[in-house]
Design a binder for this molecule. Structure first.
Ligand code: AMP
Length: 278
């Protein structure tokens, strides 16, 4: 495994690589089994796998969140080597943003709801960094976790505006044994909030069970109340949306793919999760 920190080192590594068999996994580090599942999938589908580890400042709307974001470069390199990554790209902020990125992306309604509505500027920052990384790596396939469900829709929409874009491969959510979706931010939970957090997935699963007797709006309310009944958790939103447009659905029959998406505050930590309804 080669670790590189600059664009020129990365270019040098990729010079001899067949890009039509190149896979790419962008991450912000503090890696866990969820990230590694993407690397594994990329290894299965590609000859060479590049993983980037970069905490992208432009996607943080809250400076405190950026400051507190967990970082563990040493362990990241150990687990990536074990997972079979070929090249790790670990740039610093100056390397990624030699000049401030002033690009403003237009995602129509896609970024006006859920994460986009509650974290202003977040998806613009995601699009900035992902488009830069795609231009540098030029992979055939890029692997993204469904944990960040809306992000996949944003990245796909962004690719429509690019000349050359990779195939976006969505990968299933990896969970802890108690159901909590794995996240780098879980490390920031207090033991009490960590014990409470699996209630998010429990409530969403209970919501799926109610589909037969409730409308989507009623299930939204049911799941929200169930999560909020734990005093350590506070729902920021729980929305049942069309899986392509991210627009709320009124009836279960309105769409071929329907997802329930949640953001929940657990103490100082903001957690997201989602579940398939239809
Ligand atoms: P992050 O480092 O949080 O930006 O995540 C990097 C990539 O890993 C994104 O595509 C995430 O969706 C994905 N990812 C994060 N957590 C999980 C998980 N629990 N299961 C599957 N993929 C995940």
């Amino acid at each position: 495994m080669k670790t590189v920190r600059t664009r020129s080192e990365l270019n040098e590594c990729l010079d001899k690589v067949d890009r039509s068999r190149l896979g790419f996994v962008p991450t912000m580090g503090a890696l866990h089994a969820g990230h590694l599942s993407l690397v594994k999938r990329a290894k299965e589908e590609c000859d060479t796998v590049v993983v980037s580890v970069f905490v992208n400042p432009t996607q943080f709307n809250d400076p405190k969140d950026l400051e507190n974001y967990p970082r563990d470069e040493r362990n990241d390199l150990i687990v990536l080597e074990k997972a079979g990554a070929d090249i790790v790209f670990m740039p610093d902020v100056k390397e990624m943003y030699p000049e401030p990125d002033t690009r403003v992306f237009d995602f129509g309604q896609l970024d006006k709801v859920m994460e986009g509505a509650t974290r202003p500027g977040h998806f613009n920052g995601v699009a900035q960094v992902v488009s830069k990384l795609f231009a540098l790596v030029r992979p055939a396939k890029a692997f993204f976790g469904e944990k960040d469900f809306q992000q996949i829709a944003i990245v796909k929409a962004m690719c429509e505006g690019l000349d050359q874009s990779p195939q976006i491969v969505p990968c299933p959510i990896v969970r802890e044994a108690d159901g909590l979706a794995m996240s780098s931010r879980n490390a920031l939970l207090t033991p009490e909030h960590r014990a409470a957090a699996p209630d998010i997935y429990r409530a969403m699963k209970a919501g799926v069970e109610k589909m037969g007797e409730m409308t989507p709006a009623e299930v939204e309310e049911f799941v929200t109340e169930k999560i909020n009944s734990n005093p350590l958790l506070e729902v920021i939103y729980f929305k049942i949306v069309d899986a392509l447009t991210m627009m709320q659905v009124e009836n279960w029959k309105d769409s071929e793919a329907i997802q329930g998406c949640a953001a929940v505050r657990a103490g100082n930590v903001r957690l997201i999760d989602n579940i398939r309804f239809v």
